[in-house]
Design a protein around this ligand. Structure first.
Ligand code: PLP
Length: 396
């Protein structure tokens, strides 16, 4: 059960209440939730969706991609969306779906890898920094995770990954924008290892997928992580993170249709020949249509400018943290994620104090994580730094 919730019991009223009464109740009941506009959310990889995407999402709420025979036009738009995402990742012919999020996308990738490999007691080589969705996938798919250590830059250690590959390996997973520190694993080295061992390579770019493609045009060092690398078989890229789309909108992209076919299931009862390759049956069509509309509206230039703003603010935060006595950054950020550590004060105490001041940051075992998302403004970071200074004085 999530923290700070208690088991609630409630009965549906016998006779319905007026809409305005319910709306008023909701206003009160939902007050405890954080809002993106407050600037206090610094722990989330999601953000306030773009207003145009919200408008489109609301308009097309009835669309159900679980039944493409009824919504063939929405299904076609989903495939165009996948192709646009594929273009961003150097493969417009990629095949895939707009799914419920990075978790589902990662599960689908390992499902396909397992089915293609046809091995008993399959193993998946992942960095210790991999998102916990891989543990869920392994459990569901009866696979064993082989966890590989990180190097001094918090990336998956490629040599250790190579050693971890055995005849049982069904997939190697590299992360392009890790959950903790936004680190990008050495995907090109992993691609070579995968090719030498004829093993499936999945890249989890749930977060980095909407950031990394823009680094070059923003004057940063570009990083190889996508389908340009020959052994990359699938990529997770989430529009509901840096893509500014409403939740739920994850993306799973396979290099080609044959790979996706490995998890395709015939649906016996719908009108027409329907196959699905998602975990969900009935699923939102509004999500895919909203991502399509938003990508058309933003264009590459729009997303590049969002990334530019987030990165500049990230660097500003790093610069200011480095001026403060008692705290430091964990590693130079590649993306808009900053880890903050302290060798003097228990990081959990700093976390507690920030929480008292209504800041939502993430607590990892050795550091605090701050994600600079599009909803984060310079003023919010200024206030956070002022509070951090006060807290450090108080705890010293
Ligand atoms: C790298 C990475 N992969 C996958 C996920 C899971 O995404 P979701 O929460 O959309 O299922 C996350 C979530 O933060 C993530 O950081």
């Amino acid at each position: 059960m999530p923290p700070e919730t208690t088991q609630q019991t409630k009965k549906m009223p016998e006779k319905g209440l007026p809409k305005n009464v319910i709306s008023e109740q909701l206003e009160v009941k939902l007050q405890r939730d954080f809002t993106y506009s407050s600037g206090k959310i610094l722990c989330s990889m999601c953000t306030n969706p773009h207003s145009f995407a919200k408008q489109i999402y609301r308009k097309y709420l009835e669309k159900n991609l679980g039944d493409p025979s009824l919504f063939p036009a929405s299904a076609e738009l989903e495939q165009e969306t996948v192709s646009m995402l594929g273009s961003l990742l150097s493969n417009p012919k990629a095949s895939g779906n707009i799914v419920s999020g990075g978790t589902e996308a990662n599960i689908l990738a390992l499902w396909a890898a397992r089915n293609l490999a046809k091995k008993e007691h399959g193993e998946v080589v992942v960095p210790v920094s991999a998102h916990h969705s891989f543990a869920k996938a392994a459990d569901l798919l009866n696979l064993k995770l082989i966890k590989v250590k990180l190097n001094s830059r918090f990336q998956m250690d490629a040599k250790a990954a190579e050693k971890a590959v055995t005849s049982k390996t069904v997939a190697i997973v590299g992360v392009a924008g890790s959950t903790g520190l936004g680190v990008v694993d050495p995907i090109s080295e992993l691609s070579e290892i995968a090719s030498a061992n004829n093993v499936y390579l999945h890249v989890d770019a749930a977060f980095g997928g909407f950031v990394l493609p823009f680094l070059k045009e923003l004057g940063c060092e570009p990083l190889d992580f996508d389908f340009r690398l020959p052994s990359v078989c699938s990529i997770t890229i989430d529009p509901h993170k840096m893509g500014l789309a409403p939740v739920p909108a994850g993306g799973i992209l396979f290099r080609d249709a044959a790979m996706r076919e490995a998890i395709s299931v015939k649906v016996p009862y719908l009108s027409g020949e329907v196959k699905e390759s998602t975990l969900l049956g009935t699923r939102s069509g509004a999500s895919a249509v909203a991502v399509w509309a938003l990508m058309m509206h933003m264009g590459r230039a729009g997303y590049a400018s969002v990334v530019d703003r987030c990165l500049k603010l990230t660097w500003k935060l790093v610069e200011e943290i480095q001026k403060i006595d008692g705290v430091d950054i964990v590693t130079e950020p590649t993306l808009n994620v900053v880890g903050i550590k302290s060798d003097r004060i228990d990081i959990r105490l700093i976390f507690q104090e920030l929480k008292k001041r209504a800041w939502a940051v993430s607590l990892f075992p050795d550091y605090l994580r701050i994600v600079i998302m599009p909803h984060t403004k310079p003023l919010h970071i200024k206030r956070l730094l002022e509070d951090l200074q006060r807290i450090l004085e108080q705890l010293s």
